[in-house]
Write a protein that binds this ligand. Structure first.
Ligand SMILES: COc1cc(-c2[o+]c3cc(O)cc([O-])c3cc2O[C@@H]2O[C@H](CO)[C@H](O)[C@H](O)[C@H]2O)cc(OC)c1O
Ligand SMILES: O=c1ccn([C@@H]2O[C@H](COP(=O)(O)OP(=O)(O)O)[C@@H](O)[C@H]2O)c(=O)[nH]1
Length: 483
């Protein structure tokens, strides 16, 4: 009989697709040949994402890895009246329902052991139920974020007003009290349909067999315990959570060292501040001016990835362009900082940069992958969240993990940060003698050790992966459907 296959249905974003494929490969290796993996590829809605994914798939196919096959789903009509990225992606996934069923039916006689979907793919959990296949969610964000999602239906009932108008803070078991200002953007306007999406996603996860989370038990122990005890879900047992991370994929090194890493080679140890705002991060002209002023005044070395405005600004379709530095930066900035600073106008090899000994601090938009990558290399963080769940990630890395120096920002002014505040935080992070900077650096070093221990032989993430593999092979029975 053909090997049972695990079907992956990844979303096309870089921070979603690559880690999910990497998780699938770990599952494959962990099963010792008992399983195969089938990846269902939804056509990406932007040409940039389509190119990045095609290149990644080509690399995987060329690597000769046995037992992983890619299956391309036909295109569906894209929504054009959506109110947010969550709705955009969920509607696309819903439109693929019949394609997913047909693809799975076409896999016979190969038994389907499980369907693994992304955070945005709860409609696929319903498909799984219809065809009687165990459904797992691959959650590319933190366990803290998972706790918030699971608790959101209850929070919705507890807090009648908008969260920003409530008295006090929000209690998420296992976490310090959460100020409403740290909530994901989606939760801040209850009138919008994306808020309903958020709450119904929290509810929908209760119908999954398990949730695979890109975190390590050592990083988020208390919140993982709270989820496991049902404290985030009104005492009702939540699906089993498998913290198998950090799941980071490292592509083969380039034949020639990248210009950014060559520049870093000439800088002293831990002297460079790295600034990068993710695969979609865009900075408005006022923010660019404040950063430039802060970098100029702080006198620290820096490597700044600065991207240009997207051609299409609809939610879910924003892709940054290469920056025209002369137009975007204040006059004279490049000359004044020559020698101690490099501004890079296109995508940079972030992981190689964070791995470099010259990097001493990271100003990040707080995408969860960026936080994990920073911790993996022991680089302390200066959080400057911009969108989605990034404010909540910033809260997690400051208040819960402690590996960051907080940065004061005005969320009502499009996450504006004053140059003087950035300069203060940069000095503190990079070794200005402040206690908060020293603590963040110590914590980042601790987290580096914890992350690496977790994925070693005998580590907690290896054990979680082993448990997941066994549960998938055994074919865990679906829980009773809850509405
Ligand atoms: C896939 O393309 C995009 C994803 C997001 C996005 O939006 C989002 C909204 C929420 O209400 C809660 C979330 O958890 C969430 C997450 C999310 O995806 C990104 O996940 C990454 C982890 O892999 C990373 O943490 C990023 O920072 C998240 O943004 C948003 C988006 O555009 C704004 C996308 O195009
Ligand atoms: O110039 C860039 C910008 C981003 N990334 C990578 O893209 C991913 C971004 O994922 P994250 O979850 O941090 O944020 P998102 O881009 O999804 O908002 C991470 O692996 C980064 O290393 C990169 O390599 N170079």
């Amino acid at each position: 009989m053909a090997k049972p296959t695990v079907v992956l249905l990844p979303v096309w974003g870089a921070g979603h697709f690559m880690p999910m494929i990497e998780a699938g490969k770990r599952l494959l290796r962990g099963s010792g040949g008992a399983l195969s993996v089938t990846v269902l590829l939804m056509p990406a809605p932007t040409s940039e994402a389509a190119v990045a994914i095609a290149a990644h798939v080509e690399r995987e196919e060329a690597s000769g890895l046995q037992d992983i096959t890619f299956h391309r789903l036909p295109p569906v009509e894209l929504p054009n009246d959506h109110t947010g990225v969550e709705e955009f992606i969920s509607r696309i996934v819903r439109s693929h329902g019949a394609n997913v069923k047909a693809a799975i039916a076409g896999l016979t006689p190969c038994p389907v052991a499980a369907l693994v979907t992304d955070i945005f793919c709860t409609p696929a959990v319903e498909v799984s139920r219809e065809i009687g296949v165990p459904a797992y969610v691959y959650f590319p964000c933190s366990a803290s974020m998972l706790a918030l999602l699971l608790r959101s239906p209850e929070l919705d009932e507890e807090v009648a007003v908008e969260f920003e108008e409530m008295d006090g803070a929000i209690s998420i078991p296992g976490l310090p009290l959460v100020p409403p200002s740290a909530l994901p953007r989606t939760m801040l306007d209850k009138k919008k349909s994306t808020y309903a999406w958020f709450v119904s996603t929290g509810r929908g996860y209760m119908n999954a067999t398990g949730v695979i989370v890109n975190t390590a038990a050592e990083l988020e122990q208390s919140v993982l315990a709270a989820i496991a005890d049902g404290r985030c879900t009104r005492g009702i047992p939540a699906p089993t959570v498998y913290p198998i991370g950090p799941v980071l994929s490292f592509p083969p090194p380039p034949e020639q060292p990248h210009e950014c890493t060559r520049w870093l080679d000439a800088q002293p140890r831990a002297s460079v501040l790295f600034l990068c705002f993710g695969s979609k991060g865009l900075l408005s002209p006022p923010k660019v001016r404040e950063i430039a002023a802060a970098l100029e005044r702080s006198e620290h070395r820096f490597l700044w990835v600065l991207r240009g405005p997207p051609k299409d600004s609809r939610p879910g379709q924003r892709v940054p362009t290469d920056a025209m530095l002369d137009e975007m930066l204040p006059k004279g900035f490049l000359e004044k900082t020559k020698g101690r600073g490099l501004v890079w106008p296109t995508r940079a090899p972030q992981k190689d940069i964070l791995a470099h000994a010259a990097v001493g601090g990271f100003v990040t938009h707080c995408g969860w992958n960026s936080i994990l990558e920073s911790l993996w290399f022991g680089v302390p963080v200066l959080p400057w969240p911009l969108d989605a769940e990034q404010h909540f990630n910033a809260f997690t890395v400051v208040a819960h993990l402690g590996a960051a120096v907080p940065l004061e920002m005005d969320r009502r002014r499009d996450n504006f940060v004053e140059a003087a505040e950035l300069e203060r935080a940069v000095r503190s992070l990079m070794g200005g003698g402040s206690d908060e900077g020293r603590k963040a650096r110590e914590k980042a070093a601790e987290m580096k050790a914890a992350c690496r221990k977790a994925v070693e032989e005998g580590g907690s993430s290896r054990a979680a992966l082993q448990m997941l593999t066994e549960d998938v092979v055994r074919g865990v029975v679906l829980p009773e459907k809850r509405d």
